[in-house]
Structure formats: structure tokens, C-alpha cells
Design a protein. Structure first.
Length: 219
């Protein structure tokens, strides 16, 4: 059962499940924290600001492996974040980025690779190298195949701040998708780390065509 709440920061009208009452989640519109509780109708200004907007589902729980069985798409388990991939796509690239370095990356056929200091190694074989706390960025690099070569189309960036969330990297390739909090932006140091990786692993011609991505990472 869901009920309607309003974000006090941006006035967005949202739906929340009753079992989330008393918990805090981020607003999908402005990313500000919202204490989920039943409340009175919003002020007239907030209501009018959203009068023409469709109701947006609130970012609900980021389920743990004990909450839901692995396998179903996010849209089938009662809550999702708009834009978050439903599964890891073979052609795309995925990264978990810490304060100033890439913590882990996903390679097709190899699964999650963890940064062990002098390179990357299997996360499944090196669980002790996975940080158990901190705030991280989960990045999807969307790669589209033209007739020849690859084309970098888009970056999608999300925040991961749940304690112990990165242990998902050695249990199941796609489980980390259930640990994401909300959309976010990369810091300058995170941008530098990702840009350095792209420069080492993609041909110059491919990066030259990805003008928007390069502009974002170098601004």
C-alpha cells in the first residue's frame, strides 16, 4: 500500500510505501533526504508548483540479497531508480569509484575486477580488498556499436553509500544494482580517475567522438 508525500525541498509530489514510514530516502527530483511519514497536504505554493506534474514514484528501498531473490528486474521488485540499468549489459562498461580512484570495474566475461593496488584482479578471489564502508559512485558507461568500432554514448552516475554495499561485488555480478541510493555527480578527483582510465583503454578516435563525455570529465 502506498500513500502520498511531498518533498519539502523542491515540492515534488511522491508516492511511498507504508512499510518505509520512519525511514529516510532521497528525493528522485532534487536528491535531498526525505523522512517518510504521513503528513498534511503541502503548502499552496508547493502544491501549485507540482499541479501539472505527474506523480513520481519515490526512490524506495535498495533491497539487500535477503530482501529479494536475485534475478528479477528492478521494476519487478517494487522499487527502482530512473535510469539505473536493470542488468549489466555486455557491451557497456561499469565502474565503482571511490574518493579519487576506481575501486572496481566490470569486464564482460571476467566479472567485477577489484583494485588491488598494482592493477585489477577478480573481486570473487580478492574479497579482502573490497572496502566495507564509504560513499562511492556507480558509473555506467553506455557504449553503442556503430558499423566499425565502439561509440561512447552516455555516462549514468549513481551514489552508493550503504555500509557494506560493495561486498555485493564478489557475490553476484548484478547485485550491486540493488545497493544504489540515488543519482549523483562525480567530484573533480573522481572525474580525473575515470578520464585517465578511458584514455588508457579507448582509442583516441573513440574519445574524440565522445565530446560531451570528455567535456564533463575534464571540466
Amino acid at each position: 500500500m502506498t500513500f502520498q508525500i511531498f518533498c519539502k525541498s523542491c515540492g515534488s509530489k511522491l508516492n511511498a510505501r507504508e512499510d518505509l514510514i520512519g525511514q529516510t530516502r532521497n528525493c528522485p527530483k532534487c536528491s535531498q533526504p526525505i523522512l517518510i511519514q504521513r503528513e498534511e497536504a503541502p503548502t499552496e505554493s508547493a502544491a501549485s508548483a507540482e499541479s501539472t506534474e505527474p506523480t513520481t514514484p519515490i526512490i524506495v528501498n535498495a533491497p539487500t540479497i535477503t530482501d529479494v531473490p536475485m534475478g528479477p528486474k528492478l521494476g519487478e521488485i517494487g522499487g527502482y531508480i530512473e535510469g539505473l540499468p536493470e542488468r549489466l549489459e555486455y557491451r557497456n562498461r561499469y565502474f565503482v569509484i571511490g574518493t579519487d580512484r576506481i575501486i572496481a570495474l566490470w569486464e564482460p566475461g571476467k566479472g567485477w575486477q577489484i583494485n588491488v593496488g598494482n592493477g585489477f584482479a577478480s573481486a570473487k578471489k580478492n574479497p579482502a580488498a573490497i572496502p566495507d564502508q564509504g560513499t562511492f559512485a556507480f558509473v555506467e558507461l553506455v557504449v553503442e556499436p556503430p558499423e566499425e568500432g565502439d561509440r561512447l554514448k552516455e555516462l549514468k552516475i549513481f551514489k552508493v553509500s550503504i555500509r557494506g554495499a560493495l561486498t555485493a561485488l564478489y557475490r553476484d555480478d548484478g547485485e550491486i544494482l540493488h545497493k544504489v541510493d540515488s543519482p549523483c555527480e562525480l567530484t573533480k578527483s573522481q572525474k580525473n580517475a575515470l578520464m585517465n582510465h578511458l584514455q588508457r583503454n579507448f582509442m583516441f578516435e573513440i574519445l574524440a567522438e565522445a565530446k560531451e563525455i570528455v567535456a564533463y570529465l575534464t571540466q
